[in-house]
Ligand binder design. Structure first.
Ligand code: PSU
Ligand code: MN
Length: 295
């Protein structure tokens, strides 16, 4: 067994058989929902991946190791005091024997190390509003530029500067595919986003495009799937960002703060939409991984 990375038997077998495997993150489990709701979201996402014929591999750092394929019992250790791990943080967390929840970028690092090329999440990180004050750009983007992966999402998080993020994705060579839509979903909201770089109609089509993109030396592809229930909460998002600023919330804490603020001030409506879109995106990632395994 690898000393640094522990791959569950189920995931290792699926990978060895060339089967469909989908990586899932733990940041949204530990920091995306009021505890312990994130655990349920994580488990429901795993079920959605299985229903699509793929094997889920939920990823996090525990007991000094990067774990690929957490058990339900292990998932319960991802409480709000878990560290939030971007690409820079995994090695430190493992070496210091802390519990660490991986972001999209952190999850991609571990997934690439074991050969997983599909993942599902809520929304990708990106350029924060007001750039360059603060000069905050999610490390998710750097990971996308470096890693061969398809990321099924509800677009980029709407608390960001979405058009700027879209521009940066182009700069980094990341195709942004609209799943049965011409515009990038805005996380809670299906409408009003910038044009995607291409529209796709099926998981099979995404699999074909990913295969071609990787043969041409490309890295990540972002797939944007509109949430089934669209929520228009822009004024609330602005209030949340303003509250974060007033309270001096910065860096890695911004996203969890804003999500918690929205959940609190929307009577839980953002929380319900957020949960459902994460689970649906996991299912779509499963369909894409399954289609790719059949190519
Ligand atoms: N989507 C959600 N909830 C979340 C996130 C995404 O529905 O909590 C997390 C992801 O882990 C993403 C991270 O990678 O937010 C981005 O954080 P930052 O902007 O600090 O890089
Ligand atoms: Mn950041």
């Amino acid at each position: 067994m690898d000393e640094l990375i522990r791959v569950s038997e189920e995931v290792a077998t699926a990978l060895a058989d060339g089967g469909a495997v989908v990586a899932l993150e733990t940041t949204l489990v530990a920091h995306g929902f009021p505890a312990p709701a994130g655990i349920e979201v994580g488990l429901a996402s795993e079920r959605a991946v299985r229903d699509a014929g793929a094997t889920p591999a939920t990823i996090g750092v525990l007991d000094g190791r990067v774990v690929v394929g957490l058990t339900a019992g292990e998932l319960e250790r991802f409480t709000p005091d878990a560290r939030k791990l971007g690409p820079r943080d995994l090695a430190v967390c493992a070496a210091q024997d802390a519990v660490g929840a991986t972001t999209v970028g952190g999850t991609l690092v571990a997934a690439a190390a074991v050969g997983i090329r599909f993942m599902g999440t809520g929304g990708l990180g990106g350029v924060h509003r007001g750039f360059p004050t603060p000069p905050d750009v999610s490390a998710d983007l750097g990971a996308c530029a470096r890693t061969q992966a398809v990321i099924a999402s509800a677009g980029v998080k709407s608390l960001l500067d979405v058009p700027a993020t879209m521009e940066l994705l182009e700069t980094l060579g990341v195709p942004v595919l609209g799943y049965r839509t011409d515009t990038l979903p805005l996380f809670y909201s299906a409408h009003g986003g910038p044009q995607v770089s291409a529209r796709v109609e099926s998981a099979e089509e995404v699999a074909h495009i990913a295969d071609a993109h990787w043969r041409l030396g490309g890295n990540a592809l972002l797939v944007g799937r509109p949430p089934d229930e669209s929520l228009e909460v822009e004024p609330l998002i602005e209030a949340a960002i303003a509250a974060a600023r007033v309270q001096g919330v910065a860096g890695q804490q911004v996203t969890p703060f804003v999500l918690a603020y929205l959940h609190e001030h929307s009577d839980g409506r953002t929380r319900a939409v957020n949960r459902d879109l994460i689970v649906a995106n996991a299912g779509l990632a499963g369909e894409i991984a399954t289609a790719f395994a059949r190519l």
